[in-house]
Design a protein around this ligand. Structure first.
Ligand SMILES: Cc1cc2nc3c(=O)[nH]c(=O)nc-3n(C[C@H](O)[C@H](O)[C@H](O)COP(=O)(O)OP(=O)(O)OC[C@H]3O[C@@H](n4cnc5c(N)ncnc54)[C@H](O)[C@@H]3O)c2cc1C
Length: 550
């Protein structure tokens, strides 16, 4: 198994990774692909000469365990209809009843059992229940109740609208990544497993149309690894780039890049997805900053239905955080992040910028390409803004403003002494007179229009949302699995790349559509299911040491 980033072996998992807070490890340059830039704004296919939207950072993990080592640790699966849709889209065998056993196999739910929960999987999941929520989360829950929503104790056990304690892959206030959960000391002693870290795969080795191994640069030294079968799991941005460089992809793009076509697969890198999102932040009054129970600031979430035609129940989701970052200003800014859980925008793409394997690809998410997503975010934005006028939120917050995770915010969010000092000064000013606080918010935190300005009229709000919408790191669907007769399908139902042999993709890129969920558990479910099928199909013919994973 080759991984470009660092190892995280038992007893030596970096503190930043074990840290319970979301948005902490992902700001650490050691654990991300730091050159990656993407566009998020919608692009018109009718105007090929229009300038490309601005490039922004987009964190992707570069460490063993991938995203599970740096993500927000939210552990949910989506709804049964998500996987029934996978099946309808041509991923035969992936409907809810057939994927549920694999979701259960991943987890060890320490709070709930019953037919929807796993009790002995490698990843513990739990919740922080209302008694232990931050004062801010309690106030927001009160506001939800006033707005007519009900409490759902188990986010993964009931697929209805309501607010709930967020399910997370975390035990004793420590992250449990896929690497920690699956690659523990006993597993590492297996003689059919070799883990090679700081090993960036530079290409796939082929003999005609059979993939026979990988080429990698391991701590500066070029090496080859041969295998009967190669399993590509570089994520929804880097897996399609790897296929494209190997000549598997849309013929036009491959020719444009001067790459010989090995297999014409028009779907490679196409129809990339993420969940479009927007946030409303507010200043947290001093008495409401208490969070005695956990280092985590994300306790409460909600799903609700927009009523937009064709959208299922729970097509919108939000999380509530009593801290926007690790630093002193972060302690004073609470955030509600809203996203379109059932997004209809599926026109993003990953294309090569160069044939050089060291270069990041061009990534355009084209969020909000479907107008219904824009409409729902605008409506949801108004609803969240209105919550801030209700007494429970008035009691704990002031100065609500539209927020976005911009590169300016990212820069201040990097964990270092300079940022700690600067934010301490800013925080002291924010605790002073309202005018000073507003000056800091407008001058140093906000990048876009103020809340009142954005809410002025529908046109102003839509313009704001078009510019400020970002993804929530749920990149997926760029090498979709699908039916034999689907020309856009990149893999079959077992992740086998169509048109070649000896090569599978097993990661979020093979989702047939992004589910109404954070994507880590769906990705682990996909891995469990395909692993099970591989073991079942070929137990006798698969010699040890001959599967390479990248
Ligand atoms: C900041 C952030 C927050 C998130 N929050 C949540 C959350 O709270 N809950 C949730 O469910 N999901 C969350 N996600 C999404 C979730 O983590 C991902 O959907 C999931 O990790 C996808 O898994 P993957 O296997 O497709 O790709 P990844 O997890 O990205 O794994 C790909 C791996 O391949 C490696 N790799 C890539 N190219 C090469 C190469 N050339 N050579 C060698 N190795 C290579 C990478 O370094 C990486 O380790 C978040 C993601 C991020 C980035």
């Amino acid at each position: 198994m080759c991984e470009a980033g660092e190892d995280t072996p038992d007893g030596r998992v970096p503190e930043a990774i074990l840290d319970s807070r979301s948005g902490f490890a992902s700001r650490d340059p050691r654990f991300i692909w730091s050159q990656l830039r993407v566009t998020t704004e919608a692009m018109s296919h009718n105007e090929p000469d229009a300038p490309r939207p601005r490039l922004v950072r987009y964190e992707q993990a570069r460490v063993l365990g991938g995203g599970s080592s740096i993500n927000g640790q939210l552990a949910n699966r989506g709804a049964p209809h998500d996987y029934d849709e996978w099946q309808q889209r041509g991923a035969n065998g992936w409907r809810w009843e057939t994927v549920l056993p694999y979701f259960k196999r991943v987890e060890r739910d320490v709070d709930f059992d019953g037919p929807l929960h796993g009790t002995d999987g490698r990843i513990p999941v739990r919740r922080v229940f209302p008694d232990n929520w931050s004062d801010y989360a309690k106030a927001v829950a009160e506001a939800f109740k006033l707005a007519g929503y009900r409490y759902v104790p188990d986010q993964n056990g009931e697929f209805q609208d309501g607010y709930y304690p967020l399910t997370m892959s975390n035990l004793y206030d420590r992250r449990v990544s896929a690497a920690v959960g699956y690659l523990g000391p006993t597993v590492r002693q297996r003689d059919n497993l070799t883990i090679v870290t700081e090993a960036q795969v530079s290409g796939l080795l082929f003999e005609d149309t059979r993939c026979v191994g990988i080429r990698a640069v391991v701590r500066g030294r070029a090496q080859e690894f041969r295998a009967n079968e190669v399993i590509l799991c570089c994520g929804a941005i880097h897996s399609p780039a790897m296929l494209l460089r190997a000549g598997i992809g849309p013929v036009g793009h491959l020719r444009e890049m001067g790459i010989e076509v090995r297999a014409a697969r028009p779907g490679v890198g196409q129809r990339l997805m993420d969940h479009p999102s927007i946030s409303v932040a507010s200043f947290l009054k001093a008495h409401a900053r208490k969070n005695p129970y956990s280092k985590r600031s994300l306790h409460l979430g909600m799903r609700f239905s927009s009523g937009v035609e064709g959208a299922p129940v729970g097509d919108m989701a939000l999380t509530v955080s009593n801290k926007s970052a690790w630093h002193a200003i972060g302690d004073r800014i609470a955030v509600i992040t809203l996203w379109v859980n059932k997004t209809f925008s599926e026109t993003g793409q990953v294309r090569l910028s160069s044939t050089d394997w060291r270069q990041e690809p061009d990534v355009d998410f084209n969020l909000l390409s479907d107008h219904r997503d824009l409409v729902r975010l605008a409506r949801g934005f108004r609803q969240i803004a209105a919550l801030h006028d209700l007494p429970p939120l008035q009691a704990v917050t002031s100065d609500a403003f539209p927020a976005s995770f911009t590169d300016k915010i990212r820069k201040v969010g990097t964990y270092n002494t300079k940022n700690a000092i600067l934010t301490r000064i800013g925080a002291t000013l924010m605790d002073g007179p309202a005018s000073l606080r507003q000056f800091i918010i407008r001058g140093f935190i906000m990048e876009h229009a103020g809340l009142m300005q954005a809410l002025q009229d529908d046109e102003a709000l839509e313009a704001y949302i078009k510019r400020a919408t970002v993804g929530v790191w749920h990149c997926s669907c760029s090498c979709r699995m699908g039916a034999d007769n689907d020309p856009m399908a990149v893999t079959d139902q077992g992740g086998r790349v169509r048109g070649v042999h000896g090569l599978r993709v097993v990661d979020a890129s093979i989702f047939p559509v992004v589910p109404c969920a954070n994507t880590n558990f769906p990705t682990m479910m996909v891995a469990e299911k395909i692993a099970d099928e591989m073991l079942r199909d070929e137990p006798a013919t698969r010699p040890a040491h001959q599967t390479a994973m990248a």
